[in-house]
Design a binder for this molecule. Structure first.
Ligand code: NAP
Length: 277
Protein backbone atom coordinates (compact mmCIF):
# COMPACT_ATOMS: atom_id res chain seq x y z
CA UNK A 1 0.00 0.00 0.00
CA UNK A 2 2.70 2.42 1.10
CA UNK A 3 4.63 2.08 -2.17
CA UNK A 4 1.57 2.84 -4.29
CA UNK A 5 0.80 6.16 -2.67
CA UNK A 6 0.74 9.12 -5.06
CA UNK A 7 3.61 11.60 -5.29
CA UNK A 8 2.51 14.92 -3.80
CA UNK A 9 3.74 18.47 -4.35
CA UNK A 10 2.23 21.93 -3.97
CA UNK A 11 2.62 25.64 -4.50
CA UNK A 12 2.43 27.82 -1.39
CA UNK A 13 1.59 31.51 -1.53
CA UNK A 14 -0.84 34.23 -0.58
CA UNK A 15 -2.76 34.91 -2.79
CA UNK A 16 -2.52 31.64 -4.70
CA UNK A 17 -5.72 31.18 -6.74
CA UNK A 18 -4.17 32.95 -9.78
CA UNK A 19 -1.19 30.56 -9.95
CA UNK A 20 -0.71 28.66 -13.21
CA UNK A 21 1.63 26.12 -11.57
CA UNK A 22 -1.05 23.55 -10.58
CA UNK A 23 -2.37 23.43 -14.15
CA UNK A 24 1.16 23.02 -15.50
CA UNK A 25 2.39 20.34 -13.11
CA UNK A 26 -0.85 18.32 -13.25
CA UNK A 27 -0.66 18.46 -17.07
CA UNK A 28 2.91 17.11 -16.90
CA UNK A 29 1.92 14.42 -14.37
CA UNK A 30 -0.82 13.21 -16.71
CA UNK A 31 1.42 13.35 -19.81
CA UNK A 32 4.12 11.31 -18.01
CA UNK A 33 1.54 8.88 -16.55
CA UNK A 34 2.76 9.56 -13.03
CA UNK A 35 0.50 8.80 -10.08
CA UNK A 36 0.76 12.19 -8.42
CA UNK A 37 -1.00 15.42 -7.58
CA UNK A 38 0.14 19.06 -7.33
CA UNK A 39 -2.07 21.42 -5.35
CA UNK A 40 -2.30 25.13 -4.54
CA UNK A 41 -2.18 25.96 -0.82
CA UNK A 42 -2.89 29.44 0.53
CA UNK A 43 -0.51 30.09 3.42
CA UNK A 44 -0.20 33.23 5.53
CA UNK A 45 3.30 34.58 6.18
CA UNK A 46 3.42 33.50 9.86
CA UNK A 47 2.21 29.97 9.01
CA UNK A 48 4.88 29.11 6.45
CA UNK A 49 7.30 27.06 8.54
CA UNK A 50 4.67 24.97 10.31
CA UNK A 51 2.94 24.29 6.98
CA UNK A 52 6.22 23.05 5.49
CA UNK A 53 6.78 20.76 8.49
CA UNK A 54 3.26 19.32 8.12
CA UNK A 55 3.74 18.69 4.40
CA UNK A 56 7.04 16.90 5.08
CA UNK A 57 5.41 14.69 7.68
CA UNK A 58 2.58 13.93 5.24
CA UNK A 59 5.13 12.64 2.73
CA UNK A 60 5.15 15.50 0.18
CA UNK A 61 8.10 15.42 -2.23
CA UNK A 62 8.48 19.20 -2.20
CA UNK A 63 6.86 22.52 -3.03
CA UNK A 64 7.10 25.68 -5.08
CA UNK A 65 6.83 28.89 -3.13
CA UNK A 66 5.72 32.27 -4.29
CA UNK A 67 4.96 35.69 -2.78
CA UNK A 68 5.34 36.26 0.17
CA UNK A 69 7.37 33.16 1.12
CA UNK A 70 10.45 33.22 -1.14
CA UNK A 71 12.79 34.63 1.53
CA UNK A 72 11.48 32.36 4.32
CA UNK A 73 11.88 29.38 2.00
CA UNK A 74 15.60 30.02 1.74
CA UNK A 75 15.93 30.69 5.48
CA UNK A 76 14.35 27.43 6.65
CA UNK A 77 16.33 25.22 4.23
CA UNK A 78 19.02 22.84 5.52
CA UNK A 79 20.91 23.27 2.26
CA UNK A 80 20.55 25.54 -0.75
CA UNK A 81 21.87 25.96 -4.27
CA UNK A 82 24.41 28.63 -5.15
CA UNK A 83 21.81 30.25 -7.39
CA UNK A 84 19.28 30.54 -4.57
CA UNK A 85 21.98 32.03 -2.35
CA UNK A 86 23.04 34.60 -4.94
CA UNK A 87 19.41 35.59 -5.60
CA UNK A 88 18.67 35.61 -1.86
CA UNK A 89 15.38 33.76 -2.32
CA UNK A 90 14.05 30.29 -3.16
CA UNK A 91 11.09 29.25 -5.30
CA UNK A 92 11.55 25.48 -5.13
CA UNK A 93 11.95 23.23 -2.08
CA UNK A 94 12.84 19.56 -2.29
CA UNK A 95 12.22 17.29 0.72
CA UNK A 96 14.55 14.33 1.24
CA UNK A 97 13.69 10.93 2.72
CA UNK A 98 15.59 12.08 5.81
CA UNK A 99 13.12 15.02 6.02
CA UNK A 100 15.77 17.58 5.10
CA UNK A 101 14.90 20.63 3.00
CA UNK A 102 16.91 21.63 -0.09
CA UNK A 103 16.17 25.09 -1.52
CA UNK A 104 16.70 26.16 -5.12
CA UNK A 105 15.72 29.11 -7.26
CA UNK A 106 14.79 28.02 -10.77
CA UNK A 107 13.76 31.45 -12.15
CA UNK A 108 17.29 32.11 -13.46
CA UNK A 109 17.30 28.71 -15.20
CA UNK A 110 13.83 29.40 -16.63
CA UNK A 111 14.86 32.81 -17.94
CA UNK A 112 17.89 31.47 -19.83
CA UNK A 113 16.28 28.23 -21.10
CA UNK A 114 13.30 30.17 -22.43
CA UNK A 115 15.42 32.55 -24.49
CA UNK A 116 17.71 29.78 -25.76
CA UNK A 117 14.72 27.63 -26.76
CA UNK A 118 13.72 30.39 -29.17
CA UNK A 119 17.15 31.81 -30.06
CA UNK A 120 19.76 29.04 -29.57
CA UNK A 121 22.62 31.31 -30.64
CA UNK A 122 21.72 34.08 -28.19
CA UNK A 123 24.85 35.08 -26.33
CA UNK A 124 24.47 37.53 -23.43
CA UNK A 125 28.26 37.99 -23.37
CA UNK A 126 27.82 40.10 -26.51
CA UNK A 127 26.72 43.66 -25.81
CA UNK A 128 25.10 45.29 -22.81
CA UNK A 129 21.97 44.11 -21.02
CA UNK A 130 19.60 46.62 -19.49
CA UNK A 131 17.45 45.22 -16.69
CA UNK A 132 14.39 47.27 -15.74
CA UNK A 133 13.39 46.67 -12.11
CA UNK A 134 15.14 45.78 -8.88
CA UNK A 135 12.77 43.31 -7.20
CA UNK A 136 12.88 39.53 -6.84
CA UNK A 137 12.58 38.83 -10.56
CA UNK A 138 15.39 41.28 -11.31
CA UNK A 139 17.69 39.42 -8.90
CA UNK A 140 17.00 36.15 -10.74
CA UNK A 141 17.66 37.73 -14.15
CA UNK A 142 20.90 39.36 -12.97
CA UNK A 143 22.11 36.04 -11.48
CA UNK A 144 21.23 34.32 -14.76
CA UNK A 145 23.04 36.88 -16.93
CA UNK A 146 26.14 36.77 -14.70
CA UNK A 147 26.20 32.97 -14.79
CA UNK A 148 26.15 33.19 -18.60
CA UNK A 149 29.18 35.49 -18.53
CA UNK A 150 27.49 38.86 -19.17
CA UNK A 151 30.02 41.61 -18.70
CA UNK A 152 27.79 44.69 -18.85
CA UNK A 153 24.52 44.74 -16.93
CA UNK A 154 22.81 48.06 -16.29
CA UNK A 155 19.94 48.17 -13.82
CA UNK A 156 17.30 50.91 -13.87
CA UNK A 157 14.62 51.11 -11.24
CA UNK A 158 11.97 53.65 -10.30
CA UNK A 159 13.36 53.60 -6.76
CA UNK A 160 17.07 53.95 -7.49
CA UNK A 161 18.08 53.07 -3.90
CA UNK A 162 16.84 49.50 -4.45
CA UNK A 163 19.00 49.20 -7.56
CA UNK A 164 21.99 50.50 -5.56
CA UNK A 165 21.32 47.77 -2.95
CA UNK A 166 21.44 45.18 -5.73
CA UNK A 167 24.76 46.55 -6.91
CA UNK A 168 26.22 45.89 -3.45
CA UNK A 169 24.62 42.43 -3.23
CA UNK A 170 26.13 41.49 -6.60
CA UNK A 171 29.60 42.77 -5.62
CA UNK A 172 29.60 45.73 -8.04
CA UNK A 173 29.23 43.40 -11.03
CA UNK A 174 26.32 45.53 -12.28
CA UNK A 175 25.98 49.26 -12.82
CA UNK A 176 23.02 51.45 -11.93
CA UNK A 177 21.55 54.31 -13.93
CA UNK A 178 18.72 56.71 -13.34
CA UNK A 179 15.27 55.75 -14.69
CA UNK A 180 15.25 59.13 -16.44
CA UNK A 181 18.05 57.86 -18.74
CA UNK A 182 15.93 54.92 -19.92
CA UNK A 183 15.88 55.79 -23.63
CA UNK A 184 19.59 56.47 -24.01
CA UNK A 185 20.59 53.31 -22.09
CA UNK A 186 18.16 51.19 -24.13
CA UNK A 187 19.54 52.66 -27.37
CA UNK A 188 22.98 51.19 -26.64
CA UNK A 189 21.84 47.79 -25.30
CA UNK A 190 21.66 44.36 -26.93
CA UNK A 191 19.24 42.91 -24.38
CA UNK A 192 16.29 44.82 -22.93
CA UNK A 193 14.62 42.97 -20.09
CA UNK A 194 11.55 44.14 -18.21
CA UNK A 195 11.38 42.62 -14.73
CA UNK A 196 9.05 45.28 -13.31
CA UNK A 197 5.33 44.64 -13.02
CA UNK A 198 4.74 47.44 -15.56
CA UNK A 199 2.64 46.09 -18.41
CA UNK A 200 0.43 43.79 -16.37
CA UNK A 201 -3.20 43.69 -17.52
CA UNK A 202 -2.47 46.44 -20.06
CA UNK A 203 -2.98 49.01 -17.31
CA UNK A 204 0.56 50.32 -17.28
CA UNK A 205 3.50 50.27 -19.67
CA UNK A 206 7.25 50.79 -19.73
CA UNK A 207 7.58 54.48 -20.73
CA UNK A 208 10.03 53.92 -23.54
CA UNK A 209 10.56 55.77 -26.82
CA UNK A 210 10.08 53.04 -29.49
CA UNK A 211 12.79 54.60 -31.65
CA UNK A 212 15.35 53.94 -28.91
CA UNK A 213 14.98 50.14 -29.24
CA UNK A 214 17.82 48.82 -31.46
CA UNK A 215 16.53 46.59 -34.29
CA UNK A 216 19.14 43.92 -33.50
CA UNK A 217 18.29 43.84 -29.78
CA UNK A 218 16.42 41.10 -27.93
CA UNK A 219 13.44 42.40 -25.95
CA UNK A 220 12.24 40.20 -23.13
CA UNK A 221 9.31 40.79 -20.79
CA UNK A 222 8.74 38.73 -17.64
CA UNK A 223 5.11 39.90 -17.45
CA UNK A 224 2.82 37.30 -19.07
CA UNK A 225 -0.64 38.81 -18.54
CA UNK A 226 -1.09 39.92 -21.27
CA UNK A 227 1.20 37.64 -23.18
CA UNK A 228 2.09 40.34 -25.68
CA UNK A 229 2.82 43.38 -23.52
CA UNK A 230 3.12 46.86 -24.98
CA UNK A 231 6.90 46.61 -24.63
CA UNK A 232 6.95 43.41 -26.70
CA UNK A 233 4.68 45.00 -29.32
CA UNK A 234 7.09 47.93 -29.60
CA UNK A 235 10.01 45.51 -29.96
CA UNK A 236 8.18 43.55 -32.67
CA UNK A 237 7.27 46.74 -34.54
CA UNK A 238 10.96 47.68 -34.55
CA UNK A 239 11.85 44.25 -35.96
CA UNK A 240 13.68 43.16 -32.78
CA UNK A 241 13.68 39.63 -31.40
CA UNK A 242 11.13 39.24 -28.58
CA UNK A 243 10.55 36.70 -25.81
CA UNK A 244 7.46 36.60 -23.59
CA UNK A 245 7.18 35.72 -19.90
CA UNK A 246 5.06 32.58 -20.23
CA UNK A 247 8.02 30.61 -21.56
CA UNK A 248 10.10 31.47 -18.49
CA UNK A 249 7.22 30.39 -16.27
CA UNK A 250 7.08 27.00 -17.99
CA UNK A 251 10.85 26.38 -18.04
CA UNK A 252 11.32 27.36 -14.38
CA UNK A 253 9.00 24.47 -13.46
CA UNK A 254 11.22 21.77 -14.97
CA UNK A 255 13.86 21.30 -12.19
CA UNK A 256 11.22 20.97 -9.45
CA UNK A 257 9.19 18.44 -11.45
CA UNK A 258 12.32 16.38 -12.12
CA UNK A 259 13.30 16.36 -8.43
CA UNK A 260 9.82 15.51 -7.07
CA UNK A 261 8.51 13.15 -9.74
CA UNK A 262 11.67 11.72 -11.34
CA UNK A 263 10.97 12.57 -15.00
CA UNK A 264 11.85 15.46 -17.29
CA UNK A 265 8.71 17.23 -18.52
CA UNK A 266 8.39 18.91 -21.90
CA UNK A 267 7.53 22.52 -22.64
CA UNK A 268 5.12 22.29 -25.58
CA UNK A 269 2.73 24.45 -27.59
CA UNK A 270 -0.11 22.39 -26.11
CA UNK A 271 0.97 23.35 -22.57
CA UNK A 272 1.35 27.00 -23.60
CA UNK A 273 -2.26 27.01 -24.91
CA UNK A 274 -3.55 25.38 -21.71
CA UNK A 275 -1.82 28.01 -19.56
CA UNK A 276 -3.09 30.89 -21.71
CA UNK A 277 -6.74 29.97 -21.02
P1 NAP B 1 8.70 42.87 -6.90
O1 NAP B 1 9.81 42.24 -6.15
O2 NAP B 1 7.52 43.38 -6.17
O3 NAP B 1 9.33 44.07 -7.79
C1 NAP B 1 8.49 44.91 -8.55
C2 NAP B 1 9.33 45.80 -9.44
O4 NAP B 1 8.44 46.55 -10.31
C3 NAP B 1 10.17 46.83 -8.67
O5 NAP B 1 11.37 47.05 -9.36
C4 NAP B 1 9.26 48.07 -8.73
O6 NAP B 1 9.96 49.28 -8.62
C5 NAP B 1 8.71 47.94 -10.13
N1 NAP B 1 7.47 48.72 -10.31
C6 NAP B 1 6.25 48.41 -9.82
N2 NAP B 1 5.36 49.36 -10.20
C7 NAP B 1 6.05 50.28 -10.94
C8 NAP B 1 5.69 51.48 -11.60
N3 NAP B 1 4.44 51.93 -11.59
N4 NAP B 1 6.65 52.16 -12.27
C9 NAP B 1 7.94 51.71 -12.30
N5 NAP B 1 8.33 50.57 -11.69
C10 NAP B 1 7.40 49.86 -11.01
O7 NAP B 1 8.08 41.85 -7.98
P2 NAP B 1 8.87 40.66 -8.74
O8 NAP B 1 8.69 39.40 -7.97
O9 NAP B 1 10.22 41.12 -9.06
O10 NAP B 1 7.97 40.50 -10.07
C11 NAP B 1 7.99 41.51 -11.06
C12 NAP B 1 7.19 41.03 -12.27
O11 NAP B 1 7.84 39.87 -12.87
C13 NAP B 1 5.76 40.58 -11.95
O12 NAP B 1 4.91 41.03 -12.99
C14 NAP B 1 5.84 39.07 -11.95
O13 NAP B 1 4.62 38.45 -12.29
C15 NAP B 1 6.88 38.84 -13.04
N6 NAP B 1 7.58 37.56 -12.91
C16 NAP B 1 7.48 36.67 -13.95
C17 NAP B 1 8.16 35.48 -13.87
C18 NAP B 1 8.05 34.52 -15.03
O14 NAP B 1 8.33 33.32 -14.86
N7 NAP B 1 7.67 34.99 -16.21
C19 NAP B 1 8.93 35.14 -12.75
C20 NAP B 1 9.02 36.07 -11.70
C21 NAP B 1 8.33 37.29 -11.80
P3 NAP B 1 10.17 49.98 -7.16
O15 NAP B 1 11.34 49.30 -6.53
O16 NAP B 1 10.40 51.40 -7.50
O17 NAP B 1 8.88 49.76 -6.41
Amino acid sequence: MYDNRPFLAAVLGNPISHSKSPRMHNYWLKKNRINGYYMPIKVKLGDFEKTIKSLISMGFSGVNVTIPHKLSALEIADESSETAQSIGAANTLIFSKEKKIYADNTDAYGFIRNIKSKFPNWDPKKGASVVLGAGGASRAVIAALLSEGSRKIIVLNRTIEKAEELKIEFNNKISVESWSHLDEIVASSSNIINTTSLGMNNETFVPIDPKSIPKEALVSDLVYTPLKTKLLKLGQDRGSKTVDGLGMLMYQGIPGFEAWFGQTPLVTEELRKILMK
